[in-house]
Design a protein around this ligand. Structure first.
Ligand code: PEP
Ligand code: MG
Length: 753
């Protein structure tokens, strides 16, 4: 006998009726197995649930001996049921007893049953239990029967966690988000933040599982899939990589899945079993998650993750929630949690409410992290599985000193962190005390400490930090937050306000550094295989002289005759500098027609980010007023290691002799040409790295404002001559990194790092 067509829908209806009746969880379970056996035309139906100790316990059965209920236990992996729990995959056998995994339990009396169908009871990819049916006749169950049992298992899972079917305390449901959990990652932007979760990609909670009208649900899923395809196509066509923080390969994977017939078919089949469109997505998603949790190959795991993301998008389309979380009202102490995010997306949030950022991916020098640092929010990265382990509004703590992420912390943990926050506030007070002091080493070397900025709102930090000026003003941030290309006047007014806010302190305006991972939504970019090596920064400026000249004009007009420092990013050869300078001088000539402007006041510099410059230093230094090392990009190109790729970013250390020798070479060349030198990459803001840089001969460092205090207190306890001697011998060694040696140096010399 085979289960009749339509059995799943009848089953779901019966389940709903049983749930509506006021009965104890055990009675419900007992009635459910009877119903499933009857409708699936099975002689046996059993439910095993996972206990907290990891074992599987028979909770209810129709057909096996009743005395086995709550008596039969097996460990995960043991027997057919244990195997299903472990692999989270169904098993469909015509002769169960001859299967090598079969484990005979005399107390159940199951020896007379030959065919066996078991499916995992899954919730969010985790196995809650196993649902089985058995028959005496030897046969394979049909695909429709497997589907029907899986759908039933899904509804059971919902009922279990709602406590309607078993005592939740008895069942291993630790993934239900209620307990404290600590996940470990890496600090990205220093700080400690206590607050509440906002999911950057909000999750839709599926409440209604059973469909009223299957045809209607079928139509809903079809429409949603079409919409999803359109959005993914659109994202790819726009090359919308930086805006969403998604790499092209993720978008390509999205597209592949969105058009995958297999995926679509599975969703339709799940709807056909009587689930709502939302529940059908969740059913298919459950299988994906189960596979994801068990997948060892990182590449395949990532692709399953992509499919999971795509399912979430589909759920959001169905729920009509397609606007970004940044457009919703935020709690006062928002901690954003995301798999990944683009710099522009982070800037979309109300910064007054933001306290912390948690990324499953994310590296120290990716642009979203630079923005987080500029906004002064604590950020941690490489927190694998963070998104799945939190719910919207959960209380969380971001410890961006150690890289810990506490989810639903206990009162003791909250108290410990509140103490830490107070301690840090005290330290900030101490930094304030040294704020007015010049950054002089113990042997009298003055180091200029500058800040990196990019938005007008950063400007108060210049004064608060006590910095000497702005060593890097990333002009592209204004472009990234604007929905359209800022016009000449808007640019001019913005620069004028910045100059005014700096109150006479020097500002290095870097011309637009877009491209790579900083795309402007309103500017069309070609698809690029290697955007970091592609059409970006000054390369765009030279190919789009109108854009470049407009910015220069805005800067010249805003400076109103005062000193203006303009810095060109990503210069790779001397001729690019020449071409850019020519364009700049055309603008100077234009401005001079209308206003008083002395060319004396214009200082032109470049960033050293591209290794080719290392062999042209003599030529290029003869033509510039200043240079600044962009160590983020320079390092990525020297080591051929993508700065935003978690797999390779930490592989090579900035404190390796190889990299430090490159920096030393730049110091010597600038000394020879008497050209002012600075460094404005992220390494400048880390006290240990800053100590090494001073040893190499750097006297100007530019960093996020929060690091001025810690770096200055390092400088006040350092003897420049000693670190210089130490590091110059260190860089001649063959070591992979000088980090441990420099830490030891700092310890023995009592340098505050
Ligand atoms: C750098 O590359 O080090 C730098 C400061 O520029 P950005 O991080 O903006 O690329
Ligand atoms: Mg750069």
């Amino acid at each position: 006998m085979v289960a009749p067509i339509g059995a799943p829908r009848v089953l779901l209806r019966r389940l709903r009726e049983i749930m509506a009746e006021p009965e104890s969880p055990q009675t419900r379970l007992d009635r459910i197995v009877v119903q499933i056996a009857a409708i699936m035309v099975a002689e046996v139906c059993s439910i095993y649930l996972c206990r907290k100790d990891g074992s599987l316990e028979l909770f209810a059965t129709e057909g096996l001996k009743p005395e086995a209920v709550h008596f039969t236990h097996m460990t995960r992996g043991e027997g057919l049921v244990g195997r299903i729990a472990e692999t989270a995959e169904p098993m469909n056998l015509s002769d169960a007893q001859s299967h090598p995994a079969f484990s005979y339990r005399p107390e159940t009396g199951e020896d007379s049953y030959n065919s066996f169908l078991g499916v995992p009871v899954l919730r969010a990819g985790h196995t809650l239990g196993v649902l089985t049916i058995q028959n005496k006749a030897r046969r394979h169950y049909y695909e429709e029967e497997v589907e029907a049992l899986q759908t039933t298992a899904m509804v059971l899972a919902e009922l279990i966690i709602s406590g309607k079917m078993a005592n939740v305390e008895d069942v291993a449901v630790e993934f239900i988000h209620q307990n404290h959990l600590q996940l470990n990652g890496i600090p990205l932007s220093e700080g400690i933040a206590l607050g509440h979760v906002v999911l950057h990609e909000p999750r839709v909670v599926v409440n209604k599982l059973i469909a009223e009208d299957v045809a209607l649900e079928r139509g809903r899923i079809r429409t949603a899939i079409s919409k999803l395809r359109l959005t993914v196509d659109d994202m790819l066509a726009r090359g919308d990589i930086s805006a969403t923080g998604e790499h092209r390969d993720i978008l390509e994977t999205y597209r592949m899945f969105a058009y995958d017939r297999g995926w679509g078919d599975r969703l339709h089949e799940a709807v056909a079993t009587g689930l709502t469109a939302e529940a059908a997505i969740e059913r298919v998603q459950n299988d994906t998650r189960a596979r994801m949790l068990r997948q060892k190959d990182p590449y395949l795991r990532e692709r399953l993750h992509d499919l999971d993301d795509l399912s979430n998008r589909l759920l959001r389309i169905l729920a009509g929630k397609t606007t970004a979380a940044s457009k919703e009202a935020l709690p006062d102490h928002t901690i954003l949690v995301a798999r990944h995010m683009g710099a522009a997306e982070l800037l979309d949030y109300d910064r007054k409410k933001l306290r912390g950022l948690v990324l499953e991916e994310g590296t120290t020098s990716s642009h979203v992290v630079i923005v987080a640092r500029a906004l002064g929010i604590a950020a941690i990265g490489k927190i694998s599985g963070a998104v799945d382990k939190v719910d919207t509004n959960n209380a969380v703590i971001v410890d961006a000193i150690t890289g810990q992420f506490h989810i639903r912390p206990t009162n003791e943990i909250i108290k410990a962190y509140s103490d830490k926050v107070r301690f840090r506030a005290k330290r900030q007070e101490q930094y304030k005390e040294i704020k007015q002091q010049p950054a002089l080493t113990l042997d009298g070397k003055k180091i200029d400490l500058m800040v990196n900025a990019g938005l007008l709102v950063d400007m108060p930090l210049l004064e608060e930090s006590g910095a000497d000026g702005i060593g890097l003003y990333r002009t592209e941030l204004q472009f990234m937050v604007s929905p359209t290309l800022p016009r000449l006047n808007a640019q001019k007014e913005n620069y004028a306000k910045i100059i005014q806010a700096a109150q006479g302190k020097p500002i290095v305006f870097r011309t637009l550094d877009i491209g790579g991972d900083k795309l402007l939504p309103y500017l069309r970019h070609q698809k690029e295989e290697n955007p970091a090596l592609g059409w970006r920064a000054v390369r765009i400026g030279l190919d789009r002289p109108g854009l470049f000249r407009r910015q220069i004009r805005a800067l010249l007009l805003a400076s109103e005759g005062r000193e203006l420092r303009v810095m060109l990013p990503m210069i790779s050869q001397v001729s690019e500098l020449d071409a850019a300078v020519e364009l700049i001088h055309k603008e100077v000539a234009f401005v001079k027609q209308h206003r008083n402007f002395s060319s004396e006041n214009l200082k032109i510099g470049i960033m050293i980010e591209v290794p080719s410059l290392l062999w042209q230093l003599d030529h290029i230094l003869a033509k510039v007023d200043f240079v600044s090392v962009g160590s983020n990009d320079l390092k990525q190109f020297i080591f051929a290691a993508d700065r935003s790729n978690v797999m390779v970013n930490e592989r090579f250390d900035t404190l390796s002799p190889a990299f430090l020798k490159v920096l030393r070479q730049i110091v010597l060349a600038t000394q020879k040409h008497d050209v002012a030198l600075g460094l404005c990459g992220e390494m400048a803001g880390r006290p240990l790295e800053a100590m090494a840089l001073i040893g190499l001969g750097f006297t100007c460092l530019s960093m996020a404002p929060a690091y001025i205090g810690p770096v200055k207190s390092m400088i006040l306890s350092l003897k420049a001559a000693e670190i210089q001697a130490y590091i110059l011998s260190g860089i001649e060694t063959q070591k992979e990194t000088l980090r441990p040696a420099l830490e030891e140096f700092a310890r023995t010399n009592e340098i505050s790092i």
